[in-house]
Design a protein around this ligand. Structure first.
Ligand code: SAM
Ligand code: SF4
Length: 354
């Protein structure tokens, strides 16, 4: 599918055509990655961040936020829950936090790999190659780093570099691949200044990067950020602004599945925030094959406020576990077993039951 076709689908409004898009995405998901939905246990272990991202509530200047950093023992308690509930992976996510040292995170990864069968995914922002190598050597399997938008001018405006070091997330994704990580990336949908052409280029880039994981979700406004101020907001040219809505999110999930049929694609919490009733289920029926139940203890979870009123922000880890399983079963799918690595081989053979 070329960028022009992706663009046309993003602008599609005809319900019958959209039903066709959902069916194509669902059939492709079934053919390439099967009916299992993999559970990745998310541990948001630090909300400290040195960056100035114009969209995110964790940005350094947000003094209204109480900051926390979990201890290794607290994190290991969450990890053990993941094992007990049969999750195949834990995702260690944080702000860009220099207090999370190379050695500290390497020793945590080593502990998880020594004591559990879990795959370990890191999502801790832009770090040096030395850090990334050390964590890979310690056993980290995957790394998530969204490139946020392929529009360079918009990226630089919304994601300013740190003094003295350029921010080139695309180059970092290439290095992660060379180091042997499974690589995940993605974008926010409907961030101010994002045009339909930009979003079509983002999706075409997913294919070019040959991503193992693709995380997409709607942009949600946080008032204590520069984008909370209307006078700061970039404007897409020619009234071509993408809406940050549910329908566009489903279109992006479906198109991501079509351009990267073997990728692991979550139905995200940001989507569930727009539709708490059945947003996650509709994501699963329109191309997604992953859910990310939250393992973060509730007293920290409320402080990981990248945007307000996040879905499930008051839920316990146990509540998330039961809820996700029930949602998976409600759409006739099964809970994935094992780490659920990216399917790089042949399409999955349909079983008799499917
Ligand atoms: N600090 C790491 C990083 O930036 O890659 C990982 C944590 S960061 C909170 C994870 C993702 O949250 C970002 O890549 C961004 O796409 C998303 N995000 C941040 N602010 C958001 C907002 N206001 N609405 C929706 N998604 C947001
Ligand atoms: Fe920090 Fe990541 Fe938020 Fe940017 S998106 S402010 S790097 S936590």
């Amino acid at each position: 599918m070329e960028s022009d076709q992706i663009h046309a689908w993003l602008r599609e409004t005809n319900p019958a055509r959209l039903t066709h898009l959902w069916r194509m995405a669902d059939a492709t998901r079934q053919q390439y990655v099967g009916g299992e939905v993999h559970l990745r246990g998310l541990i948001e272990f630090s909300n400290h961040c040195v960056r100035l991202c114009a969209y995110c509530g964790l940005r350094a200047p947000n003094s209204a936020l109480t900051r926390y950093r979990m201890t290794q023992d607290e994190i290991m308690a969450c990890v053990r829950q993941a094992v007990a509930w049969g999750y195949g992976t834990v995702v260690l996510q944080s702000g860009e936090d220099p207090q999370v040292s190379r050695e500290w995170l390497a020793s945590l990864v080593r502990r998880i790999k020594a004591e559990t069968p879990l795959a370990v995914t890191l999502s801790v922002g832009e770090r040096s190659d030395e850090d990334l190598w050390a964590w890979r050597e310690a056993g980290a399997d995957r790394y998530l780093l969204r490139f946020e938008t392929s529009n360079k001018a918009l990226y630089d405006r919304l994601h300013p570099p740190r003094p003295g070091s350029a921010s080139d997330r695309l180059a970092m994704l290439g290095r992660l691949r060379e180091m042997g990580y499974e690589v995940g990336s993605g974008v926010m949908i409907g961030i101010p200044g994002q045009s339909y052409r930009d979003l079509a280029a983002d999706i075409a880039l997913f294919r070019e990067l040959d991503l193992d994981m693709i995380g997409v979700g709607p942009y949600l406004l946080h008032p204590n950020t520069p984008l909370g101020d209307p006078s700061f907001r970039p404007v897409a040219p020619d009234h071509d602004q993408v809406p940050a809505d549910e329908l566009t999110t489903y279109k992006v999930i479906a198109l991501s599945r079509l351009v990267c049929p073997r990728a692991n694609i979550p139905s995200t919490t940001a989507l569930a925030t727009l539709n708490r009733t059945n947003g996650r289920e509709l994501g699963l029926e329109r191309g997604a094959n992953v859910l990310m139940p939250n393992l973060t203890p509730p007293q920290y979870r409320v402080l990981y406020e990248i945007y307000p009123n996040k879905a499930c922000f008051q839920e316990t880890a146990e509540g998330c576990f039961g809820c996700m399983r029930q949602r998976i079963e409600s759409v006739g799918r099964t809970v994935g077993v094992g780490p659920g690595s990216a399917a790089r081989g042949e399409p999955v053979q349909p079983t008799a039951a499917e």
